[in-house]
Design a protein around this ligand. Structure first.
Ligand SMILES: Cc1cc2nc3c(=O)[nH]c(=O)nc-3n(C[C@H](O)[C@H](O)[C@H](O)COP(=O)(O)OP(=O)(O)OC[C@H]3O[C@@H](n4cnc5c(N)ncnc54)[C@H](O)[C@@H]3O)c2cc1C
Length: 386
């Protein structure tokens, strides 16, 4: 589907192996206990996935978005919480890699590529809600060229486990929330306070907890962008990787729902008539619909990731559409799976209810389905995004 070269195929094989062993064996407990999937994240560290998209100069594998998409799709089929943690890590890593200002950038990227540093995004705030592009927190001058900030970050995936957060704030004396800056926060820095653990409907293992920053000192060398360049970095650097990653996660969930439904329809038996569930045409029709939506979404994502390698004016629109199509498909496909498999899906035995719950997170993560529709509609009618 993603037209990978031999190196890319070998990487995806490796992702499939990790997903089929460690992720598959811990996913149910990760979900039921809402516990961070340490073993799965460790397996990704050990297998070299932390530096998948980083350049070989820092020890990375230099892989493009299409390989990232194919890897995430494999992970999400087994444990979407782990896939989400990984998507946030890679998206934040791209902000670090693109930074023109970070002191010690090469050393940090080497640590990431070696699997010794997990990072994540801390964009959403209590005050900005899902409008991540408009932070309400602000960096203030702390003297000696340093900065200080306080913020209520509302959801930070891997909050208690990431080594650093890629965070956003308004620049000092900003005239608008769009005059922002990205900066790096050490999770163990003085003033960082992590809230109660995450207890959500889906993606229950990903520890997306609130984090409060209380007068946290930010050295000038920890700025990830120039002052005022935060919104551009969020939209042009982070968003494409986040969109591809979350689209792939949604596609993985859809694929898992198609497989589980197909298995159940092929084995569930009515003893009185000696027939199988698959003998009912309405259930076959639901499965066909599920498959069509899944493959449409995967094809759009594959097209988008190829376009990202030689971008033109339409590429950003495809990126937004690929995420929108995938999160819509995953909510619809997992809903159809629940209906096709009946009470067996409603109970935990088939694992379909977990896919159904996990798929709903993609819809509300910013940019949400509403934002994406608005952005795409504005772009198609020649209006500015904001
Ligand atoms: C599992 C999970 C993990 C997350 N992880 C992270 C993370 O690691 N880092 C991070 O920064 N954030 C993270 N988030 C936060 C996420 O990106 C959103 O910011 C959050 O879900 C917004 O919730 P809210 O209640 O504030 O939404 P609200 O902003 O209150 O939105 C409520 C509804 O209004 C709609 N809406 C909002 N604005 C508009 C508009 N302009 N036009 C039309 N409709 C609109 C929304 O689509 C939504 O349906 C995570 C969220 C979840 C669920």
């Amino acid at each position: 589907m993603y037209k990978l070269n031999d190196a890319g195929m070998a990487i995806v094989e490796s992702a499939r192996a990790v997903a089929g062993s460690t992720l598959a064996s811990t996913a149910v407990e990760t979900d039921s206990q809402a516990r961070f999937p340490r073993e799965s994240v460790q397996a990704l560290r050990d297998a070299g996935f932390f530096g998948l998209t980083l350049s070989p100069e820092v020890g990375g594998q230099g892989q493009p978005p299409r390989t990232f998409a194919a890897v995430v799709e494999e992970l999400a089929q087994r444990c979407a919480s782990t896939a989400m943690i990984y998507v946030m890590h890679v998206s934040a890593t791209q902000a670090i890699a693109a930074s023109p200002t970070l002191t010690g950038k090469q050393e940090l990227l080497s640590e990431i590529a070696a699997g010794r540093h997990l990072t994540t995004l801390a964009f959403s705030e209590r005050g900005s809600r899902s409008h991540f592009w408009a932070p309400v927190s602000r960096l203030e001058s702390g003297g000696n060229g340093e900065f200080v900030t306080s913020a209520n970050k509302s959801w930070v995936t891997s909050a208690s486990h990431a080594d650093s957060y890629v965070s956003s704030a308004q620049q000092p004396a900003a005239g608008s929330p769009l005059e922002s800056v990205l900066y790096l926060v050490d999770r163990e820095a003085a003033g960082v306070q992590i809230g109660d653990g995450f207890d959500g409907l889906g993606l229950r293992g990903n520890d997306s907890s609130p984090v409060t920053l209380n007068n946290v000192a930010i050295p000038a060398g920890w700025l990830l962008t120039e002052l005022g360049a935060g919104a551009t970095a969020m939209l042009e650097v982070v968003l494409p990787w986040f969109a591809v990653g979350t689209a792939a996660m949604a596609n993985g969930l859809s694929r898992a729902a198609v497989s589980a439904t197909s298995r159940h329809l092929s084995t569930g038996r009515f003893e009185s008539t000696d027939s199988l569930l698959r003998d009912l045409p309405n259930l076959r029709a639901r499965l066909a619909q599920m498959s069509v939506r899944t493959e449409q979404s995967r094809a759009l994502l594959a097209h988008t990731t190829r376009a990202m390698e030689q971008p033109d004016a339409m590429t950003p629109l495809f990126v937004l559409q690929a995420r929108l199509a995938a999160i819509q498909a995953a909510t619809d496909v997992t809903d159809l799976a629940m209906k096709a498999c009946g009470g067996a899906a409603f109970s935990r035995q088939l694992g379909i209810e977990r896919l159904f719950r996990d798929a709903r997170a993609g819809w509300v993560m910013a940019p949400t389905a509403d934002h994406l529709q608005e952005f795409v509609g504005r772009a198609l009618t020649g209006l500015p995004l904001f």
